[in-house]
Design a protein around this ligand. Structure first.
Ligand SMILES: Cc1cc2nc3c(=O)[nH]c(=O)nc-3n(C[C@H](O)[C@H](O)[C@H](O)COP(=O)(O)OP(=O)(O)OC[C@H]3O[C@@H](n4cnc5c(N)ncnc54)[C@H](O)[C@@H]3O)c2cc1C
Length: 413
């Protein structure tokens, strides 16, 4: 089976050479993409109603669980499929072609799985938890946004309180996607009552460990199926549920790179779906003009070009991350951290540009909500990308490291 990757390699190798089987991956992983396509078809069939009702995509997530997609990243020795981040990014891209909310839910879940897989090797509790994620296809939610802190992920207010081996956490989780539908929550918190806001840990709480009282609805322009409501969260558990490594390391080595790559994959999938609608519309218009290129084709060209850039950006970032995935020093290097952080800014802006150009290519037909070329949902969904951890905040945060980095003197630096 040939897998159409986010971007072809620059060295001219053919797509066929990227066949997962030939690349040495198990046929099960190739099959994972085929299963993702089936789930994407189910997601697509329900995308309009999920958006209109602003409800969780139950059908698509149930199908993803039934197809084993939820536990795919868990290592084989713990009962999962050991899927690489490149495969999971491809699944995000595929799902997003059907329903952006489904793809984003899948991406957010896998970001948390990646954090637990990578940073809990010495923790029997987490290894057992991962076995259950694979066996029972447990869906993990992520809680980083707290109170009025917005997207400042590297700062927590609520602290983990210890009572011998028991822990308690009470936190204002102001935005938590599918909090009510998840089987577990993976949350940041201050290490203890005396710790600084940036001295954080990551903790896993299973559904029986917490209560969520809704404090804020999720009545939004787009990504309506993610059900990212606000909650007062009260959790209790055992101290073994805290990941053994500091969140600062988890954030730099896994959380940021995996989030930005998987979000980029999902946004590229939304953009690809919009570009495909614009392509079909433009071709139909050309047929109506006896083969002449319609004037709006210029917008289609722009949409396709933005999508190409986006796919290349995500694919090259992915390759760069995979090359140093197990090298903490290389991951911590300022140049890598700057690049992987800015991936989010650039990918989100390219995705918006691609969908906006697709909408302009389709004109009124794209603006309408009732035709094959309708792009309103794509546009509303993709407009979440620049604000999901606000690009302004990210640009302000990387300004200092950007200033400290020398300007390249050669094309090949
Ligand atoms: C679809 C979706 C799903 C989400 N799911 C989750 C989830 O599951 N769990 C979770 O914890 N969170 C989730 N979030 C929230 C997300 O992680 C961020 O917390 C949220 O997007 C921050 O939004 P904000 O605009 O309120 O906050 P802020 O980041 O505080 O931004 C507010 C405003 O301040 C400006 N601003 C902030 N800092 C700076 C700066 N340094 N320089 C210049 N301007 C600045 C921004 O431009 C913006 O206009 C989700 C968000 C979205 C859109």
């Amino acid at each position: 089976m040939t897998i159409h990757y986010l971007a072809k390699p620059a060295d001219g190798t053919s797509v066929a050479e990227f066949d997962l089987t030939e690349a040495g991956s198990s046929p099960r992983l190739v099959d994972l993409i085929a299963r993702a396509r089936e789930v994407a078809a189910i997601a697509a069939a329900h995308a309009v109603i999920v958006d209109a009702e602003g409800r969780f995509p139950h059908e698509a997530i149930a199908a993803a669980k039934a197809a084993g997609l939820i536990g795919a990243m868990v290592p084989v020795e713990l009962g999962g499929e050991g899927a690489a981040i490149s495969t999971i990014a491809e699944v995000c891209y595929t799902l997003a072609g059907g329903c952006a909310s489904t793809a984003m839910i899948y991406a957010m879940h896998q970001i948390k799985v990646a954090c637990v897989v990578r940073h809990s090797a010495l923790s029997p509790w987490h290894q057992d938890f991962l076995r259950r994620v694979a066996r029972n296809q447990l869906l993990l939610a992520s809680s980083t946004t707290e109170g009025q802190g917005g997207g400042d992920v590297r700062s927590s207010s609520a602290a983990v309180m210890h009572e011998q081996s028991r822990i308690n956490l009470e936190r204002a989780a102001t935005v938590m996607s599918y909090g009510e539908q998840a089987d577990a929550v993976v949350t940041t918190a201050r290490r203890g009552p005396d710790a600084a806001a940036s001295d954080q840990v990551l903790v896993v709480f299973e559904k029986a460990d917490y209560t969520l009282d809704r404090t804020l609805e999720w009545e939004t322009l787009g990504m309506r199926g993610t059900r990212s409501a606000g909650f007062a969260m009260k959790a209790t558990g055992r101290d073994q549920q805290i990941l053994p490594e500091p969140y600062a390391d988890i954030h730099a080595q896994t959380m940021t790179p995996v989030a930005h790559i998987l979000w980029g994959g999902a946004w590229a999938g939304v953009a690809a779906s919009a570009v495909e609608r614009a392509r079909l519309y433009t071709r139909k218009s050309a047929r109506g003009m006896e083969g002449q290129t319609p004037p709006s084709a210029v917008h289609f060209t722009r949409a396709a070009a933005a999508l190409r850039q986006l796919r290349t950006l995500v694919a090259t970032s992915l390759a760069r991350y995979q090359a140093i995935e197990h090298d903490p020093a290389a991951l911590a290097a300022m140049d890598f951290q700057t690049a992987i952080t800015l991936l989010k800014v650039d990918a989100s802006e390219l995705a918006v540009a691609a969908v906006m150009s697709a909408m302009r290519a389709c004109g009124l037909s794209g603006y309408r909500n009732d035709g094959d070329a309708s792009l309103g949902r794509h546009l509303r969904d993709i407009l979440s990308a620049p604000i999901m951890i606000n690009n302004d905040r990210i640009l302000a945060n990387v300004a200092m490291s950007a200033l400290l980095t020398d300007t390249p003197q050669s094309l090949h630096d």
